[in-house]
Design a protein around this ligand. Structure first.
Ligand code: HEC
Length: 101
């Protein structure tokens, strides 16, 4: 496995867990702490994705920024990056779990 592939696998696992937990938090009976985007998710995206999808306009790829919660949940050109509780419908999860992203 290349180093790039393994960091992606770590990011994929963490993000997958997050989308699943977002669903759990949406059910009224869920007792666990809701996952906080800024506290728990943003740092993962910051480590793995901000070099190309961060606040720096000049470095930004695909016009995509992942440093804002609004952008992560937004739908653009019919593509939604993260659909809470539905990892299979989330473009971001498809990307990070794909073998040729
Ligand atoms: C080395 C630079 C780089 C890094 C790091 C990077 N990306 Fe990207 N990303 C790109 C480029 C270039 C594109 C546009 C080309 C393409 O669609 O493949 C893109 C496109 C995307 C798209 C599709 C955007 C669209 O509008 O269709 C998603 C989703 C995405 N990246 C998610 C991520 C996530 C999540 C991470 C971190 C785990 C990440 N990227 C890290 C360079 C990067």
């Amino acid at each position: 496995m290349t180093p790039g592939a393994s960091t992606r696998a770590v990011a994929a696992a963490a993000l997958l867990a997050w989308v699943t937990l977002t669903a759990a938090a949406a059910t009224p009976r869920a007792k666990q702490m809701p996952v906080d985007f800024n506290r728990e998710i943003r740092p993962i995206l910051s480590d793995h994705c901000f070099p190309c999808h961060g606040p720096d306009e000049k470095q930004r790829k695909a016009g995509l920024r992942l440093d804002l919660k609004e952008a992560v949940f937004a739908t653009k050109d019919g593509v939604t990056l993260v659909v809470p509780g539905r990892s299979e419908a989330s473009a971001l999860i498809q990307r990070v779990t794909h073998s040729d992203p």
